[in-house]
Design a protein around this ligand. Structure first.
Ligand code: PAF
Length: 274
């Protein structure tokens, strides 16, 4: 595996790859969720590039940019063992120049739910993802369904900018209790981890409701909120279609049910695709 830190070194290393490239962009502190993206990329491509870059432009003032978990050595080992060809770990100077042009999230779908709670977050996220996708030279890039709104916006960007890359949504990976894996879970105390389980429990309740024939979005949400009382810090429960338009009636095969809550320090998000 080549570990490269500059754009020039990345371009040089790519010259040794012959055949399809799958790309997995990350902010590091890799866990089993990231590993499953890498494994899927390995299955579907001859070569895999992973990037680790804690992107400053997607953090808002007062968020955890400085304290975001950084585990360079462990990430390197995980990538090496997983058979990654190139690990790209750039600095912010490599990725950005002063006074550069930027792309923005769409005015409606980029500013609801996560975009409303973290205004501007998706602008920075799309900006860096555009750069990383272009740099990777990949034909396929792999993103987790846990960040469902991020995923939908990246798909929209690829469509709107006629980018020649396929975005592959990958399933959420959970721990043995059902908690969706996230690099920020390390902030949770044992007590908070228990409370955090109410997110996945509420999604299970929603699934049960829907399987018993209930398709009214408001009724399903109210059942979820009964479970979420345990978390005591719910930010939103939402039922949208795959493009993030609100739904009154659940459409099987085209619905995402989302929940967000602040448990202790971190904001946690989770969802199911119905
Ligand atoms: O999901 C993430 O880890 C980040 O938002 C991403 C896609 C790597 C962009 O910085």
């Amino acid at each position: 595996m080549r570990v490269v830190r500059t754009i020039d070194a990345l371009q040089e290393a790519k010259k040794n790859l012959f055949g399809s490239i799958g790309f997995v962009p990350t902010m590091g502190a890799l866990h089993k969720g990231h590993l499953s993206l890498i494994q899927q990329a390995k299955k579907e491509n001859k070569h895999v590039i992973v990037s680790v870059f804690v992107n400053p432009t997607q953090f808002l003032e007062g968020e955890d940019l400085e304290s975001y978990p950084r585990k360079e050595e462990a990430d390197r080992k995980i990538c090496e063992l997983a058979g990654v060809d190139i690990l790209f770990m750039p600095s912010a100077d490599q990725m950005y120049e002063k006074d550069e042009l930027s792309i923005g999230a769409p005015a409606v779908r980029g500013y609801i739910l996560e975009g409303e709670k973290r205004p501007g977050h998706f602008d920075g996220m799309l900006q860096v993802v555009m750069k990383l996708l272009n740099l990777s030279g990949a034909k396929k890039a792999y993103f987790g369904k846990k960040d469902a709104q991020q995923l939908a916006l990246i798909m929209q960007m690829v469509k709107n900018y006629f980018m020649d890359i396929q975005i592959i949504p990958c399933d959420i990976v959970r721990d043995e209790n059902g908690l969706a894996l996230s690099s920020r879970n390390i902030y949770l105390s044992e007590e908070e981890k228990c409370r955090a389980l109410s997110l996945s429990k509420s999604l299970k309740r929603a699934t049960k409701c829907i399987m018993s024939g209930e398709l009214d979005a408001e009724i399903v949400k109210s059942k979820m909120l009964e479970v979420l009382k345990e978390a005591d810090a719910v930010e939103y429960v939402a039922i949208v279609d795959r493009k993030f338009n609100g739904l009154k009636k659940i459409e099987i095969g085209n619905t995402i049910i989302l929940v967000a809550a602040r448990i202790g320090k971190p904001r946690l998000i989770d969802n199911i695709w119905v």
